[in-house]
Structures are given as C-alpha cells and as structure tokens.
Design a protein around this ligand. Structure first.
Ligand SMILES: [Zn+2]
Ligand SMILES: [Zn+2]
Length: 409
C-alpha cells in the first residue's frame, strides 16, 4: 500500500521542513538573478543538496545544477525547475521584496526552485530508506526566460538516459491545492520574423521604372498572412502579425529598401516545424510578382509544450494520491511560451500548472511587478513532484507480483 504510506511520509517530511522551505523561497526572492547569472541561487541550491548527502553537479557556465538521486538500475525520471528571475521592478510591499533594483521573481521560478529542492530532500530520504525504484534526475535549469537554458542543459547531456520528464509552473488563476492538467499542447510557439525588401527606387512620377517598393511591401504585409492562413491547417492557429514596418523618407520618392517585423505564433508542433520554409516560399512568390527582392530573418523562439498523454495520467494519479481527490482541474492551452518544450521534443513528459491563489484571495498575473503566491503552494508542489516521480518510476518498471503498483489501493 505505498500510496497511503507515501502520503503519511510526505506529511511527516513537510511538518518538519515546510517552514524552512518557505524561508528558502523568500531568500531567493530577495536576491533574484537573471538568466545565466544565477550564481548565488546555484550556490544556495548546491549547499542544500550537498548537506542532504547528494552530489550536485554545477553546469559549466556556473549556473544551473544537475543532480541524480537513487541508483542507476531501473528507469530514470527527470524533474525540472527553472531558477532565473525577470528584468522587472518588484512592486510588492512585503518583507521578502527583491533587494535588486529592476530584477524580480515575477514568474514564480523561486517557487519552482524551492519545490524541486524540497522534492530532492524528500527523495534523498526515500533513496536512503531503499524506497526509490530507480533514479530521479533533478534539473535546476538556468535561463528559462531568455530562453535557452533548456538547450544548455541538453547540450550538457542533462536528459540523456532519461525516460520521462516532468515540470510545473505557478498558475495564479488556480486555487492553491489544485493542479491544472491537459494532454497535448499546453503552451504556444512564438517566433520572430524580419523581412527586408529592396529594389531600384526613383521618383513617384515614374513608378514603372522602379520596383515601387512601398506598394510591394504593402502587398507583402497583407498577402503573406492571408496566404499563410490558406496553406496551413487552421486548427494549428498559426498567425503572423506585424508589429513594425519602415520604408521611405519623402512623399515623392520611392525608396530602395524597406523592413517589416512581426511575430509568428502557433499552437501546433507540426505547423511550427514547417512555418519558416512555408513563409519563405510565400514571401518569395509575393515579392517576385512585384519585382522586388525579399529576404527574411526567421528567429526561432520555443516550440509549444506538447504533453504526453501517459505522463499526464501519471501526474493526475500522483495529484490524487498526494493532494487528494478533486485536486485535478482541466486547464487551457496558453499563448505564452515555455522552454520546457525543448525537452519534450526529445523525450516524453508533461508540464503541470500548480495553483498558487489563496482561495477567495486576489488573482495575480505572472510577469507583473505585483505577482506573489500563496506560499502553501510550496508544500503542495513538493507533494505533487515527489509523488509524480515515484508514480512514474513504479509504472515504468516491468510489472511483477511484488511490484508496489499492483498493490495500490
Ligand atoms: Zn516567465
Ligand atoms: Zn515562468
């Protein structure tokens, strides 16, 4: 009956450590660090992991940590937290307010980090008691907001040998104690597009002797998004929206170059993969029709986070086991980006939303200087992550008659 025992073990662990974890979060909150500059944060995490008998390995840049708990036999499940802050002024009036001007944990990554630390300490105890049926890889990832931290972790072999990966994010629209889950895509892709057009300029009296560049640019601005919407599955919600356009300097002179810049957002992974080539060929055909040269710079952001169905079931099972029935809530795909998506391009896994709103309390928003959480979410997150890792390990093992999963209530 490991399910019931686990809950008791988590209760006992949190009764002892919850206050300490809240203090750890407040310390991180007071000293936020931006992407790839999380030296102090990394140090603090490493100290605590080492004190628990674990062997943290700091990534080569000096920010971010990978640390394994448990033996190498059996499956490996990874848990990831992002540790970076945002370049934003803290506008809260609380004792743990940011001490760094223009920098603030306004995306809750201090909470994610603390939850993963708490989970690490609990799993270290489980491993010491011989209760960990495999290995858990703890990933304290730098620079989620840049983004790029996930790719750095992967470049350092962070997910090699990992069977499944889980992560979570604070959700200020969900009550504390609730976990928002959704199979399939849960965040979106957001890329940047820059188009540069050029052609012979001249007097507006003689457009036929020029490439009439402003007219051609206007055609690109309207026809490119329109053609794109007819060439891609509408369910992918691929949308190209311009944010900046620039050409010319005088009313009667046709310029010889111009620029348009915009974003490409997309809810679907397949559409995201084909988007750059498709946009390039459409751009060339529209520009060609008006006799201008067009080139584009396409800057990839992150792909959408696409949750694996079985991994979502494991999260749901873990939530019910560790947080109780009724803790799972459906959630929607957001138009925001999250670099956890890079891991899921290579291995299965899932990303959960963790409720951080005090029931009946104020609804905050992330990326705002006023953002804060109900700190009881930290203990909830530890319960969820620990139970998820154990559930995934149990369920990834070959089933035998003595397997704990077969005796779960
Ligand atoms: Zn963020
Ligand atoms: Zn975030």
């Amino acid at each position: 009956m490991r399910g019931r025992e686990l809950r008791g073990e988590l209760d006992a662990f949190l009764a002892e450590t919850e206050q300490d974890l809240v203090a750890f979060r407040r310390d991180l909150h007071m000293y936020p660090e931006l992407g790839f500059a999380e030296y102090r944060t990394t140090q603090r995490i490493a100290e605590r992991l080492t004190a628990a008998g674990l062997a943290p390995s700091v990534l080569p840049r000096g920010t971010g940590i990978i640390c394994d708990v448990g033996s190498g036999d059996g499956p490996t499940v990874a848990l990831r937290a992002d540790i970076d802050a945002l370049a934003l002024q803290d506008e809260k009036d609380v004792p743990y307010r940011s001490t760094v001007p223009g920098s603030c944990h306004a995306c809750g990554h201090d909470v994610h980090t603390t939850i993963l630390l708490g989970t690490s300490l609990f799993l270290a105890q489980q491993a010491a008691a011989g209760l960990l049926p495999g290995r858990v890889r703890l990933i304290f990832q730098p620079a989620e907001e840049l983004p790029g931290g996930a790719l750095e972790v992967m470049a350092q072999g962070g997910i090699s040998g990992v069977d499944r990966i889980f992560g979570l994010h604070c959700d200020p629209r969900l009550d504390v104690g609730q976990v928002g889950l959704k199979p399939g895509p849960i965040t979106s892709a957001c890329d940047r597009l820059l188009v540069r057009v050029s052609g012979p300029g001249g007097h507006t009296a003689r457009p036929h002797l020029t490439a009439d560049l402003v007219f051609a640019l206007a055609k690109i601005l309207t026809e490119l998004p329109a053609a794109l919407s007819r060439r891609i599955d509408p369910r992918s919600s691929l949308s190209l929206v311009w944010g900046r356009v620039e050409a010319g300097s005088a009313a009667n002179a046709i310029p010889d170059d111009g620029i348009a810049e915009g974003t490409v957002r997309c809810l679907d992974e397949n559409a995201w993969h084909v988007a750059p080539d498709l946009i390039k060929s459409l751009l060339e055909s529209v520009a060609g029709a008006y006799g201008v040269e067009a080139e584009m710079e396409y800057t990839r952001g992150v792909p959408p986070v696409v949750n694996d169905e079985m991994s979502v079931e494991m999260l749901a099972e873990a939530a019910q086991r560790a947080l109780g029935a009724g803790s799972v809530a459906p959630t929607q795909q957001s138009l925001g980006g999250e670099d956890f998506a890079w891991y899921l391009e290579s291995i299965p896994g899932a990303f959960a939303r963790l409720g951080t709103r005090s029931p009946g309390g104020r609804t905050y928003d992330i990326h705002q200087g006023t953002f804060d959480v109900d700190e009881s979410a930290i203990a909830m997150g530890v319960r969820l992550m620990a139970a998820t890792a154990l559930t995934a390990l149990w369920e990834s093992r070959p089933v035998t008659v003595t397997d704990p999963i077969t005796t779960l209530a």
